[in-house]
Structures are given as structure tokens and as C-alpha cells.
Design a protein. Sequence first.
Length: 77
Amino acid sequence: MTKQPLTVVQDAAPQLTLVTTLCGGGTCPTVYRTDRNTFVVQGYTVTAEAAGLDLPAGEQLVEIPAELLAEAVKAST
């Protein structure tokens, strides 16, 4: 299977649907599904420099608890 690059239109805001979060209210790491069959992750930013990576323009690193990712996988299947 050949991986196709994801093309995201930066001008069009995705419609978000909550997948899972680890808190009952307020703001905390959260996973959303979009209307374009992608996910948006709210978490703690990690700089590329701190991670020793070179990221292209428009990309960021986000750290989330492993438990949140596990819950998102369960909720999405």
C-alpha cells in the first residue's frame, strides 16, 4: 500500500467532533475527529529543537498522555 500525503486546506477550518478527553470539563489534552477523515489533537507543545527534530513549516509536535491515545483508538473502532 502506498501512503498518500495528507493535503489539508489551511483556509478551511475543519469541523471537529469530540472523540475522547481525560477530564470532565475545562481544557486538557483531547482528541477530535474532523469532517475530512483526520484527527486534531489538543496537547502540550514540544519544540522541534527540544526533540532534536527538523519540522517543515506548518507542522508542530504535540505531547499527549498515552492513556488518551489508547482511549481514542478504542473510541474510533
